[in-house]
Write a protein that binds this ligand. Structure first.
Ligand code: PBG
Length: 320
């Protein structure tokens, strides 16, 4: 035999020498669900091990993560139904508990990187990412709402904003609003290829943010499409995005790889709630080994081309 690939696998030392990808906590972002109140720690039943936390608990959580070297967080607000309306006004209200919390977190831990979603759904009485009229999701009238929300988030101290709404033209619109308000250093991590996926279930349970009517298929992408992601990536790049995100991650590794090979911006992937829940369910049933299956899963997302991975397993990975 001329060639024996097994020689390069013959010992741990050799295997490490030829290992092509390495995943570290530097690449990982931990999601946090914030709720109003004090000493609140409510587990999300469809995503065991993930909690809705009040600010005092979040501060403890962030401190624990920082000690593990994990310093990037994406935050989501669980907004009381009474504060939701058709135009998501609470998203930029001066009394918004989420914005105040971000301010306090940045004051306490200036070294941590805080990311925020920009979309109407947690604040919308319709549970949609855009303005709803006669059952239709309006694109252009949604943009000024997103821009107000983005400027309020930048003002609160968020380092990176993630427009997750999939409205056309929103990255450019938000970029212009941020620049006009003087937030030229606030980054945009665009949810570039966000698919109309069945894997967001536990997240919508956490925020009680599921659409009241209809689905998100007129704005989120069709799971059957790959080339369409190139159009979204081209537009987001032109409009000034700093990162391009693919979401979900595991069922869309081909899309991650496609964007990585065709664009120069850093690629992020969102390992979403349903994907994490699926793995947890198998591990809790004794069907898979968490310590092995979880890092292998995250590594596969990185290997496909994601520089940044948002995952509910970030803290566990950091511990390991
Ligand atoms: C809101 C948003 C969603 C997720 C992140 N931002 C849900 C949705 O679009 O319905 C899902 C994340 C997850 O499932 O972990 N626009």
């Amino acid at each position: 035999m001329q060639r024996r690939p097994r020689r390069n696998r013959s010992s741990a030392t050799i295997r490490n020498m030829v290992q092509e990808t390495h995943l570290t906590v530097d690449h990982l972002v931990q999601p946090i669900f914030l709720v109003e109140g004090h000493q609140v720690r409510e587990e999300i039943s469809s995503l065991p091990g993930t909690f809705r936390l009040s600010l005092d608990e979040v501060l403890k959580e962030i401190e624990a993560c920082l000690q593990l070297g994990l310093n990037k967080f994406i935050m989501f607000p669980a907004v009381p139904e009474a504060n939701k309306d058709k135009t998501a006004t609470y998203s930029y209200h001066p009394d918004n508990f989420y914005l105040k919390a971000a301010q306090e977190i940045k004051a306490r831990f200036p070294e941590c990187c805080l990311i925020s979603d920009v979309a109407m759904d947690p604040y919308s009485s319709d549970g949609h990412d855009g303005l709803v009229s006669d059952g239709r999701i309006l694109n252009d009238p949604t943009l000024p709402i997103l821009a107000k929300m983005a400027v309020a988030q930048a003002e609160a101290g968020f380092d990176i904003l993630g427009p997750s709404d999939m409205m056309d033209g929103r990255v450019g619109y938000i970029r212009e609003a941020l620049d006009e308000a003087g937030y030229t250093d606030t980054s945009i991590m665009s949810y570039t290829a966000k698919y109309a996926s069945a894997f967001y279930g536990p997240f919508r349970d956490a925020l009680d943010s599921a659409p009241k009517a209809g689905d998100k298929k007129t704005y989120q992408m069709n799971p059957a499409n790959q080339r369409e992601a190139l159009i979204e990536a081209e537009l987001d790049t032109q409009e000034g995005a700093d990162f391009l995100m693919v979401k979900p991650a595991l069922n869309y590794l081909d899309v991650i790889s496609l964007l990585k090979n065709n664009f120069d911006l850093p690629i992020a992937a969102y390992h979403v709630s349903g994907e994490c829940a699926m793995l947890l369910a198998a591990c809790r049933n004794g069907w898979l080994n968490y310590e092995q299956a979880m890092p292998e899963t995250l590594l596969s997302i990185h290997r496909a081309g994601a520089d940044v991975i948002i995952t509910y397993f970030a803290k566990d990975f950091a511990k390991m």
